[in-house]
Design a protein. Structure first.
Length: 363
């Protein structure tokens, strides 16, 4: 008996090597035009749906874990990537070193601190609180479990080290006294990390909007910690977070109007960033994480384009470039559906904004 079979196999063998998707000419030119201070990337990289976008169409999938990062870093436009996995299980110095060995010297990792020092609550595998975390804001644990392994393992390839402070119930921050007390505790924690973190870039991301205050921005400025523009439904939109960033870097350009601190009119174009920009676009507005995770898999195309947010991110990146500081962007698939495509769109908008700064070509 002769069995029928397809003459051509659409998918490559699962065991085939992972190789980078060849960059088209437009992408190569775009990457060449962008300042080297701009570092764009995604929150992680192990996604089969990126075949034909990041991985070549001939790439297998079984070796993504071991070979995917090297192929990712071969892209001319992807010059940073997140190590969000460190939030759930602290990586060892050896694991960090293995990642560092797979990327070029000018590549940078955005590493999230383990939740054991940034989450006030202990949680089970589903994220449900199970008790109070005794290691919350423990600087010794942060050095031993985070700063030390990163410094020794990643070396110069360490980019922003993100302290993402997990959300507290809003009822716990209802009063001014409670908010001030937590801000001062966080400030003391960051101050204790100044010496051990010397030469590293620390950044703080909040998941309680109550903490985006002038007092907190002042504490970040005093401890040389960068505020993360963290785009997530739990937080105010990018415009409000940009005001918080401005409060940190250019407080003299702010004023109080109707009890709210806002930028002085007429000075929007003038203020400059005093340190690196860190933007993490984690989840689309008005989306639940699990819903987007299920509905948008395998993350091979844009599912919910957000051109307004893209443009606002690009304007911040352009402002950083004009301020003479580095910028780091990490996009999650749950932002629009396919993180590397979102990154390219933001890069194209940034390029158009910066076009005005380039010298005119003589005909």
């Amino acid at each position: 008996m002769i069995e029928s079979a397809a003459l051509f196999e659409d998918a490559p063998p699962e065991e085939a090597p992972v190789t980078p998707q060849p960059a088209d000419e437009a992408l190569r030119r775009l990457a060449a035009r962008l300042p080297r201070s701009i570092r764009l990337g995604t929150s992680t990289w192990n996604f089969p749906g990126w075949r034909g976008i990041v991985w070549s169409r001939g790439s297998g999938l079984k070796r993504l874990a071991s070979e995917g990062l090297k192929a990712y870093a071969a892209s001319p436009i992807l010059r940073t990537v997140g190590l969000d996995r460190n939030f759930y299980r602290p990586l060892t110095q050896r694991e960090f070193a293995d990642f560092a060995a797979q990327v070029p010297e000018d590549f940078r990792f955005i590493v999230k601190a383990p939740r054991e020092v940034t989450d006030p609550l202990l949680r089970n595998d589903r994220g449900v609180p199970t008790g109070v975390n005794p290691r919350f804001l423990d600087p010794h644990a942060a050095v031993e479990r985070f700063l030390g392994p990163v410094r020794l393992g990643l070396g110069r390839r360490a980019g922003p080290l993100v302290l993402q402070f997990s959300p507290l119930p809003h009822s716990a921050l209802r009063s001014l006294e409670e908010r001030v007390a937590l801000i001062e505790r966080i400030g003391a924690f960051l101050e204790a990390l100044r010496a051990p973190a010397d030469g590293l870039l620390l950044a703080a991301e909040f998941r309680n909007y109550e903490l985006l205050t002038p007092r907190m921005m002042r504490r970040l400025r005093e401890t040389n910690v960068r505020p993360v523009v963290g785009l997530h439904p739990a937080m105010p939109g990018i415009r409000r977070q940009t005001e918080a960033l401005r409060c940190c870097d250019a407080p003299e350009s702010m004023e109080t109007v109707d009890g709210r601190l806002v930028g002085r009119s007429g000075e929007n174009a003038a203020w400059r960033l005093t340190g690196p920009l860190v933007v993490r676009w984690s989840l689309a507005a008005h989306q639940f994480y699990d819903t987007a995770k299920t509905a948008w898999a395998p993350y091979d195309a844009i599912r919910a384009a957000d051109p307004a947010t893209r443009a606002l991110i690009a304007s911040l990146i352009a402002r950083a470039a004009r301020s003479g500081v580095e910028s780091f962007l990490a996009v999650n698939n749950k932002a629009e559906g396919c993180a590397p495509v979102t990154v390219r769109c933001i890069a194209e908008i940034t390029d158009r904004i910066l076009e005005a700064d380039r010298p005119l070509r003589r005909s």
